[in-house]
Design a protein around this ligand. Structure first.
Ligand code: URA
Length: 426
């Protein structure tokens, strides 16, 4: 087998054989296929697509490039959630302890943010002392102690995807449904969860800008999970506006803690509870404690505190705050009809909440807090958002990102996607 033959097959729009796929992933992981060859193949896949059989073979080969975690020694069922990423999407933070409080074990491997979307690990690292890197034994220890663990994937988990993802990032080949689906699902299958709920975001702040593309991605991932023996279901959810009222690492942790304390913004609570029901149902654990009850009676908060402490964090420590703030005022009076998720995410990123390159640090206190959401009446000059940054020189470019992100109408309600758009099953 040689790499050029595999590239030419896909370049000419033909189907790759199971042998070609297994060989190319193995040879790429082993350094036999060069980066420029894999980038040509990734571009051919982006342009010509892949069949269901090819995507399944590609995903399995990436799983086989590393180890697969095993939670069979736990005294209960595992269930997890993966979001394709959005602006203000802190749902994992209240959701993992909530599901654990209702009887599931949640072994969640999360990532860091890149570009305008935040990463769960960056958010949790704003908690003093909290550690993202755990060994397999430490993960098991946290799961036994708290019922949920959120940490970074180790180097041994789908290493082919780790390399390929970094390559796609710099070759314009991220936005391919077969490559996104196989990337996400190879990690989730290797993570060893028994059940999985996918939160596929739709809208300006998401990878998938239209419901049609999101449904195609969701269907592909549900098929991959099901074929691999993971009970998988997907929700398509709105990302045309930010989720909740806080965007930025420590700001989002505070909002997540509000939800665990029984408060928090209505959309964050609604989506957290809906996803908790889905995760429990996918693992056949629906008969236990009701998620709404677990938020009200403090049991989800108890799990959160145990989980944070088990990973070295101090759940009572004050969170970092940015040194400087600035206001963004309503451009006119009326009803706030739109608040573009991408614009707000870009502003938070420019304030320092996100990173431009993988190795950059993030500012924990930076971000945006929203004082009005679509549907609210607003007056011209009223502060709509507070911007937080460590350095006031960041405000100018962040404010520029918000130009045109807010639309104010004269009485007509907002034209938004429903929070939960659809549910996709096998
Ligand atoms: N998240 C992933 O893990 N992989 C992708 O390709 C896109 C999002």
């Amino acid at each position: 087998m040689d790499a050029v033959e595999v590239i030419v097959t896909k370049r000419d729009g033909r189907e790759l054989s199971a042998e070609q796929i297994a060989w190319v992933i193995d040879a790429y992981t082993g350094g036999v296929v060069a980066e420029e060859q894999m980038s040509a193949l990734a571009m051919a896949i982006l342009l010509n697509g892949m069949s269901r059989r090819e995507i399944a073979g590609w995903t399995q080969a990436m799983v086989r490039s590393g180890g697969r975690m095993d939670w069979s020694s736990l005294p209960g069922r595992t269930t997890d959630k993966h979001s394709t990423g959005g602006v203000g999407d802190k749902i994992t933070l209240p959701l993992a302890p909530l599901v654990a409080a209702c009887g599931g074990y949640v072994p969640q491997l999360s990532g860091r943010g890149l570009g305008h979307t935040g990463g769960t690990l960056d958010k949790l690292e704003s908690i003093p002392g909290w550690r993202a890197s755990l060994s397999g034994d430490e993960m098991l220890g946290v799961l036994r102690a708290a019922g949920a663990v959120i940490c970074a994937a180790g180097d041994g988990l789908a290493p082919a995807d780790r390399r390929l993802y970094a390559l796609r990032d710099v070759t314009g080949t991220v936005e391919s449904i077969p490559l996104i689906a196989s990337s996400i699902m190879s990690k989730k299958i290797a993570e060893g969860t028994g059940a999985l709920v996918l939160d596929v975001k739709v809208g300006s702040g998401a990878f998938m800008k239209t419901v049609e593309r999101a449904r195609e991605l969701a269907t592909t991932m549900v098929e991959l999970g099901t074929d691999a023996g993971v009970r998988t279901v997907a929700l398509l959810t709105a990302m045309d506006r930010p989720l909740g009222r806080a965007v930025g690492n420590a700001l989002e942790v505070s909002e997540a803690v509000e939800v665990l304390a029984g408060g928090g913004p209505a959309d964050v609570v609604e989506l957290t509870v809906r996803l908790a029901h889905e995760m429990l149902r996918a693992a056949d654990l629906s008969g236990g404690k009701d998620p709404e009850q677990a938020l009200k009676d403090g049991s989800a908060m108890d799990v959160w505190r145990r989980m944070i402490a088990a990973q070295g964090g101090d759940p009572d420590a004050p969170l970092p705050r940015a040194a400087e703030t600035a206001e963004f005022a309503a451009p006119s009076s009326g009803v706030l009809t739109g608040l573009d998720a991408y614009g707000v995410g870009l502003a938070a990123w420019r304030l320092g909440a996100g990173r431009a390159r993988k190795e950059d640090p993030v500012s924990f206190g930076a971000g945006v807090t929203l004082h009005a959401v679509p549907g609210d009446p607003v007056r011209r000059g009223q502060p709509l958002m507070t911007l937080h940054a460590d350095d006031a020189s960041r405000f100018e470019r962040a404010l520029a990102a918000l130009e045109g992100a807010c639309t104010v109408g004269d009485g007509q309600g907002p034209d938004l996607l429903p929070l939960v758009i659809d549910r996709v099953t096998a």
